[in-house]
Structure formats: structure tokens, C-alpha cells
Design a protein around this ligand. Structure first.
Ligand SMILES: [Zn+2]
Length: 267
């Protein structure tokens, strides 16, 4: 049953993309890009690249988790934690690992050079969801997850549940869409909502360097990395990506190796 969920993930992603893109086309929340088709087309091409890389990384992670599970490595296996608890703790620990790795992607200058491709979009919509540099995908989806699985002994079921939750939330978080304020307020006590995540895409560095969580908001709340800002008061994108040519696919892919005029790697 759970394994079937893993097979359905690409279809779920596609359904979410089509659904959110349709909703934001009819009821946009924020101002649309000046040239929407050009913006969406560029993001679409970057998304195809990151989707393919993600697929390969996913296969690698699955093999790695199977090996770790068979070898019974990790803290939870050493402590003899029961299967049910291992799944619940595993999902939470994967999210904590994601929080830590996302934090490092902002704090380590070398990692930021790749991660900033995702942050450079000045007009968030559904097509921004997969706007990632391939190297960024390897760090965030591959390395961080494998380290967490190895250290804590996280089972495959937890990896699949966490991956599915992350995927279902990813597209709404970036879409040009607004949930009713009361829904946003209550849901964000547990899950990362569209309003919660958009603050992470602000051009104000204090806000960019906060709201690191991807699935649960617990870690941002526990470590105090969150702000109260309305999405329609935010200026999105990065100052150093102020020209249209900098959003071409080729430029985005090579941007980690370019010295940009304003901003540059964060300290
Ligand atoms: Zn980020």
C-alpha cells in the first residue's frame, strides 16, 4: 500500500501543478509577471531538468534506504524502537534533517550559490515549485536524506510518507494563491502553508534566512526562525537577479559560477 504511494508520486506532482496553475490563472493573489508566458516557460524548462535529476536521486535514495534497513544501522535500530514509533519519529526526523540542510544551504556560501537559483524568482507561482539548480537537488533531496536515514535508522515507510507530504505541500506553497486567513492561521500551527513559505522567498535577507521548514512548522517555531509578514507586503526574488536576461535557463544553470554585481553569496 505505502509502496504504491511512492509509485504515484510523479502523478501527484503533475496533478498538483495542473490544479494550482489553473486556480492561480483564474484567481491570482499577487501581481503576475510582466511577461507571464516567458516566466512560466523558463521555469518549466528548469523544472524538467530538476525533475529528471530528482528521479535519479530518488532511485539512489531508495537503494540506500533498503541497504540501511537490511543492515539495521542507526540510533533507532540500536535502541530497539518499535516499528510504529520508528515511522512517526522517522517522518519528524526527516523534516528536522531537511530544516538543518536548508539552513546550511543559506549559511554556507558555496551551497547558497546553487540554492539562490530557487530564490531568484521575483514572481512566485506554481511554476516556481521546481525551479531548482540540479546541484541544489542533490544536496537537499539526496545527501541530507541519506545522512538522516543512516544516523537515525529511518525506515522506508517513513521516507515514502515524508516524501509524499512534502510533494503535496510543495506546489501550493509556491503558487500565486491565497487560503482564507483563518485556514492559514490554524493549518500553519502544524504544516507549512502558502503564506508561511512565501516569507522565505522575500528579498529582505532577514526574511529569506527564516521559514526554513518544508513540511512541519515546528522547527521554525522551536528555533525562532519565523516572522509575521503578509505575502502581499513582500518584495520577492533577489537583488542580484534584477535583469531579465538573468532568468534565462542557461544563465540560471551557470549562475553559481558567475560573480553577480549586487548581493553575491551571503555571509
Ligand atoms: Zn531557501
Amino acid at each position: 500500500m505505502i509502496e504504491k504511494l511512492a509509485d504515484l508520486q510523479p502523478i501527484m506532482l503533475l496533478v498538483m501543478l495542473v490544479l494550482m496553475y489553473s486556480i492561480e490563472s483564474v484567481w491570482p493573489y499577487l501581481r503576475r509577471p510582466v511577461n507571464r508566458w516567458r516566466h512560466d516557460w523558463r521555469n518549466f524548462v528548469v523544472s524538467i531538468i530538476s525533475f529528471v535529476v530528482n528521479g535519479f536521486i530518488g532511485l539512489g535514495v531508495v537503494t540506500f534506504v533498503q541497504q540501511t534497513e537490511m543492515s539495521r544501522w542507526g540510533v533507532m535500530n540500536l535502541l530497539g524502537v518499535g516499528d510504529g514509533v520508528k515511522i512517526v519519529l522517522g517522518v519528524l526526523l526527516l523534516d528536522l534533517a531537511d530544516y538543518v540542510s536548508h539552513n546550511l544551504q543559506h549559511r554556507i556560501a558555496f551551497l547558497w550559490l546553487f540554492h539562490r537559483v530557487h530564490h531568484s524568482d521575483p514572481n512566485l507561482n506554481a511554476t516556481s515549485s521546481l525551479r531548482f539548480h540540479p546541484v541544489d537537488v542533490v544536496v537537499a533531496q539526496g545527501v541530507a536524506m541519506c545522512v538522516a536515514v543512516l544516523v537515525f535508522g529511518i525506515p522506508m515507510v517513513a521516507v515514502i510518507i515524508y516524501g509524499t507530504l512534502g510533494l503535496l505541500l510543495l506546489v501550493p506553497q509556491h503558487s500565486n494563491f491565497r487560503m482564507p486567513d483563518w485556514v492559514e492561521r490554524y493549518v500553519s500551527w502544524v504544516f507549512v502553508t502558502p503564506g508561511w513559505h512565501k516569507i522565505h522567498h522575500s528579498s529582505d535577507q532577514r526574511q529569506t534566512d527564516s521559514h526554513f521548514c518544508d513540511v512541519f512548522t515546528f522547527w521554525d517555531r522551536i528555533f525562532g526562525t519565523w516572522h509575521r509578514v503578509k505575502p502581499d507586503e513582500i518584495k520577492y526574488g533577489l537583488e542580484e537577479f534584477g535583469e531579465d536576461r538573468q532568468h534565462r535557463v542557461g544563465y540560471l544553470m551557470l549562475s553559481p559560477f558567475k560573480k553577480l554585481r549586487a548581493g553575491g553569496p551571503r555571509k
